[in-house]
Design a binder for this molecule. Sequence first.
Ligand code: PLP
Length: 379
Amino acid sequence: MTFGFETLAIHAGQEPESRTGAVVPPIYQTSTYAQDAVGAPREGYEYSRTANPTRDALQDCLAALEGGRRGLAFASGMAAEDTLLRTVCRPGDHVVIPDDAYGGTFRLFAKVVQRWGLEWTAARISDVDAVRAAIRPTTKIIWVETPTNPLLGIADLTALASLAHDNNALLAVDNTFASPYLQQPLAHGADVVIHSTTKYVGGHSDVVGGALVTADSDLGEELAFHQNAMGAVAGPFDAWLTLRGVKTLGVRMDRHCDNAERIVAYLQGHQRVAKVLYPGLAEHPGHEVAAKQMRRFGGMISFTTKGGEQAAIEICNRAKLFVLAESLGGIESLIEHPGRMTHASAAGSPLEVPADLVRLSVGIETVEDLLADLDQALG
Ligand SMILES: Cc1ncc(COP(=O)(O)O)c(C=O)c1O
């Protein structure tokens, strides 16, 4: 029997606990497990870096939601990214990355793994020819975000999966902005999905976490080996919080999308707004591709302002209900200035973001209240 998304979010990996029937997977806050005899751990549990039942529940649920074979939960999105890179790549290998990516991802490439001999090229991932041109014989991964953070660029997953496979590379997709409810990259040919579960998957801004989900069990096994060997695992309580959040992912995402659509319409008519970036808009260059691979267009909106950087900063500072903060994907609305905040580490690089850009993470509050707040902030 195949279940729908919302059913999987609530039940996958979450059978009532065998001893008591607890409906919610318990928080197994333990580092180790008693063994019945030397070499006979119970149900394979030896040590919680290697495996923990609460983390397993989350991992199985995420694998089901992405339609993958193996899910792995990490201490953060960055830990998941680092584990993926150091599992798949060796010194001298090459990765194509978006020229518009989360600043921390760029920093991982430019300031960390590059020092260990991993080469990278930033390419416009909405342009398949530009990605093709960036590929080298040593390319092991085409790495994309779609939609991208913060410019909401769209990558054609089917086309990039073929391109990657024709060149013996993997397609890795950071699905943080869409969440598995809106987009399932593995169904479009991707090999591995990356999440900052800190965002929509957790959904309540109360836990930092990351995940990888693979289409293939061999890659899943290799990643699991490195997850244990490198050790950046999600703790039991963090896994439990994330699992509690993910149960409502579908209903939250629909409300995020409803509210974002209303706000996009409002911003488009505002005289202080120069350009609204949202893949749901027919004039967005990636709209057709997004419509093909996404269920709806998400809760993230970016816009440029008339009046340059100063105007953008003033709007961020004046917002009240929209909290001025980094991160995204929680139930509460956030506003930020990417150039000075989340993407400051990309300043002076090919990934530098426009100075007049404002990014909104639209929450699930009453939309009229959000519109009123933006109205006073825009002035
Ligand atoms: C698209 C994207 N990927 C990865 C990350 C990194 O995740 P984390 O902050 O959980 O380490 C972020 C964080 O903002 C992000 O926005």
